[in-house]
Design a protein around this ligand. Structure first.
Ligand code: ZN
Length: 163
């Protein structure tokens, strides 16, 4: 990933955190209120039955709407919402997105990685993770606290050099 995009993601996420509740040390409170983050930009989110097409979510810029698979687990829905919000903010030329459960169907790996990085930074803020990880040192407990999947939290902890 280009350094410029990484900085842009960090700046955007910091901007969103300005509007979300924080603890005494200024770290965003867990779990991150993704609905509020989406409302900040005037987007609307809907649960949709994708009828077994292997789709986790979608995004329509012209309608300012995000769609999540109604049969996905809660933590997957949260990540999908954050992923699509990432497209909205980072990829202005992306008019529509369809997020498939299986990777490799998309053909746009770079922007998909960027949207996932955005989602990870938004849902698992570095400052908050660094406070809570030493308290539990339990990946599942931390995942539950931030409303993300075990795999997402493990990846984030690894990325932050904590495991
Ligand atoms: Zn996507």
């Amino acid at each position: 990933m280009m350094v410029i995009m990484k900085d842009k993601i960090t700046d955007l996420v910091a901007e969103i955190f300005e509007y979300l509740p924080k603890n005494r040390s200024g770290a965003p409170l867990a779990p991150i209120n993704i609905s509020k983050a989406i409302e900040l930009y005037g987007l609307k989110a809907y649960d949709v039955d994708f009828k077994g097409q292997g789709i986790s979510g979608a995004f329509d810029r012209s309608k300012m709407e995000i769609y999540v698979n109604s049969s996905d687990p809660y933590v997957i829905k949260i990540f999908t919402l954050a992923h699509e919000l990432g497209h909205y903010l980072l990829h202005k030329d992306v008019k529509n997105d369809v997020l498939f459960r299986e990777k490799g169907k998309h053909g746009r790996e770079k922007i998909e990685r960027e949207a996932n990085t955005f989602a990870a930074e938004l849902l698992m803020p570095e400052a908050a993770i660094k406070i809570y990880w030493p308290i539990t040192e339990n990946i599942q407990q931390l995942a539950d606290k931030f409303s993300v999947s075990y795999v997402a939290m493990r990846n984030r902890l690894h990325q932050l050099g904590l495991i």
